[in-house]
Design a protein around this ligand. Structure first.
Ligand SMILES: Nc1ncnc2c1ncn2[C@@H]1O[C@H](COP(=O)(O)OP(=O)(O)OP(=O)(O)O)[C@@H](O)[C@H]1O
Ligand SMILES: [Mg+2]
Length: 132
């Protein structure tokens, strides 16, 4: 469950990117967020993954009020939120394989199981030959 309760976001330069946003998504529900460039789509996503904090209002993810999560809890919160970035966010100091394996390693997957999953994912998108 994800819900926004009267959420506003003003950036430090005074720009109001979001103003009193309300919505609620149930578990398993699929939604599309659309809008013109600058409408605030990325800002909304950043509030869900705690890359930004709202100026006002409440963001709930899985019944948890994100305002209650401190800096140290952010990495744990992000393990529950899958995000595919427009600008990929790959780490250049490691291979394709290691980039994909990293979240699995962090989550404590058995290395053999993780390797199997990484190769299956690469194979699915025709990139298995690029793993190194
Ligand atoms: N860090 C920031 N500081 C100040 N203003 C910002 C910041 N980030 C975004 N904005 C402004 O907030 C508004 C919303 O930006 P946002 O990136 O959320 O829009 P978007 O809907 O994702 O746009 P696009 O479709 O171009 O990705 C824009 O006017 C943008 O210039
Ligand atoms: Mg955007």
């Amino acid at each position: 469950m994800i819900s926004f309760d009267n959420v506003s976001k003003r950036y430090p330069n005074g720009y109001d990117a979001l103003s009193q946003v309300n919505f609620s998504l149930k578990q398993g529900e699929m939604a599309f967020l659309t809008g013109h460039s600058g409408a605030g789509k990325s800002t909304l996503m950043k509030l869900i993954m705690l890359m930004e904090r709202p100026t006002n209002g409440r963001v709930l993810v899985g019944d948890q009020d994100l305002a209650t999560l401190g800096h140290r809890q952010i990495p744990y919160h992000r393990r529950r939120v899958g995000v595919v970035f427009q600008n990929h966010q790959l780490l250049f100091d490691r291979s394709v394989f290691d980039n994909i394996a990293l979240p699995l390693r962090i989550c404590g997957y058995d290395p053999d199981d993780a390797a199997r999953r990484v190769r299956a994912a690469l194979d699915k998108v025709g990139l298995l030959s690029k793993e190194k």
